[in-house]
Design a protein around this ligand. Sequence first.
Ligand code: UDP
Length: 253
Amino acid sequence: MARRKKVYEGKAKILYEGPEPGTLIQYFKDDATAFNAQKVEVIEGKGVLNNRLSEFFMQGLNDIGVPTHFIRRINMREQLIRQVEMIPLEVVVRNIAAGSLSKRLGIDEGTALPRPIVEFYYKDDKLGDPLVAEEHIIAFGWATQQDLDDIVALALRVNDFLSGVMIGVGIRLVDFKIEVGRIWDNDYQRIVVADEISPDSCRLWDIKTGQKLDKDVFRRDLGSLAEAYSEVARRLGVLPSVAPAVTKPTLIN
Ligand code: UDP
């Protein structure tokens, strides 16, 4: 059997050449890593869940006109995506203080922020993805001011969409990370959401109990990561909870 050409292998995903020029196949692995890959584990089923959840979020964004690289899911672990020119930044949006923001600025985890905060980290494993300012990004040519304006607008739209979807299933979107890339339509450039959107790159807290349903479960040894991700998938209706029960519709009040 002819083997596909691997284009790139990262910590959680592999990219293969796609069936047509300008496309790639994104394969979701079961590997979980944290602390710049100092903690590594295989979590059975994580890749399947993230493939499905990322499809759900990216398709939702496409549907409301927020451009993403996502074309369609192919199977349990793979999706077809548009090839983009990656911008070497991690774009973090925060609604509630947690993680590195709490540590850096001494703000208690769980403190609601007065407005969403957008931060940029320079993608470089050797440097541990340092926080950078727009000044650095422009001076070093990683993106232009116009790109950054587009990226902030895009990130805030993603935040509104994801926050709304999650609140609908009783989950608070504390913060999340996206990666973005450029797509060229002739001479016209567009910034699109790339990579993945999944509980690997979000902080998700149950509204009632505060229970963590994201990668902090793995980072902080809080229990089963697969169970936490399955709970998110179940609530969003992308994973059947149990065989659909035959119930008679009843009106409450
Ligand atoms: N994040 C991520 N990849 C990274 C770093 C952060 O997906 O390499 C996500 C993380 O899951 C969280 C948000 O970005 O939802 C903000 O992370 P933070 O800066 O607080 O860093 P952390 O505490 O995760 O090291």
